[in-house]
Design a protein around this ligand. Structure first.
Ligand SMILES: Nc1ncnc2c1ncn2[C@@H]1O[C@H](COP(=O)(O)OP(=O)(O)OP(=O)(O)O)[C@@H](O)[C@H]1O
Length: 257
């Protein structure tokens, strides 16, 4: 059973694999307008082959953390490093290439292109990079159990199957980090488990690194560690999070801003 630390900005995550960090945030802050910052000097690191759940109540800054960590938003201060790369040093075209080549995204809204086939959707990141390799798309689809649906359009698939396509698409570039923002929020618990098991197996079988934003204590159980945000700050962390401990930790957090 893990242990939730008290409210602190203590040291960065302590899980280490000896293979270096896939992602490092050092005192990252993001402010929108003059109100309290959405993210307030957050520091953490995720080891290569690690699976981190980011949790917290609505408005606590989870999505802002993910957007800053994935190079979709620029922090006002602090440093985000993907592998050894300081994202602040990249101008927009290079940052956009980094997102395309080194990061995989899975969102709650599926973002599949309805007019493209499942296979075309899966290889989209490779097409954008100018190197669409259909066999890689098929392999990614096979890894999520959907090779036989390659020529279907997304509308013919269930929500869970579509989310599996989104995971195949996130895997196809063999990214260093996969960011998943509430990927199971619209799914029933059994289908949600299937999707989370795929993320877990991307970590265990392929050495990928996953950062999962979720409200769901059951989803957090798939992670190696959970961090809890409260008003944009890290309020605690839990190694090997179990749903009961996670619920208790969430209850201890402040109310929505
Ligand atoms: N683009 C934006 N413009 C202005 N304020 C924003 C923007 N994005 C987020 N915020 C504010 O920043 C704070 C954190 O929002 P964020 O979406 O990161 O929280 P969250 O924990 O992901 O919430 P939820 O669980 O409801 O998705 C909130 O007060 C929100 O209103």
């Amino acid at each position: 059973m893990g242990q939730i630390n008290g409210r602190s900005d203590g040291p960065a995550l302590t899980v280490t694999t000896g293979q270096g960090d896939a992602l490092t945030l050092d005192k990252v802050s993001r402010r929108y307008g003059k109100v309290a910052p959405a993210l307030d000097e957050v520091s953490l690191n995720v080891p290569r082959g690690g699976f981190l759940a980011v949790m917290g109540r609505s408005g606590s800054g989870k999505s802002t953390l993910l957007q800053c960590a994935a190079g979709l938003e620029r922090p006002n201060s602090g440093t985000v490093r993907l592998g050894g790369t300081d994202l602040a040093e990249l101008k927009e075209p290079a940052l956009s290439r980094l997102r395309r080549d080194r990061i995989g995204f899975v969102f709650q809204s599926l973002n599949l292109v309805p007019s493209l086939t499942v296979l075309e959707n899966t290889v989209l990141p490779l097409m954008l990079a100018g190197s669409a390799r259909l066999e890689r798309g098929l392999a990614a689809l096979a890894s999520v159990g959907l090779a036989d649906r390659a020529q279907d359009v997304p509308a013919r698939l269930s929500g869970g199957q579509q989310q599996r396509v989104a995971i195949a698409r996130a895997l196809v570039t063999e990214p260093e980090v996969i960011f998943a923002d509430e990927p199971t929020a619209a799914l029933d618990p059994v289908t949600a488990d299937e999707v989370l098991a795929l993320l877990r197996s991307a970590v265990d079988q392929r050495g990928r690194t996953v950062v999962l934003v979720t409200h769901d204590p059951m989803a957090a159980q798939w992670a190696d560690e959970a961090v809890f945000l409260d008003s944009g700050r890290i309020a605690g962390r839990l190694a090997h999070p179990e749903a009961g401990d996670v619920r208790q930790a969430l209850r201890g957090l402040g109310r929505q801003r």
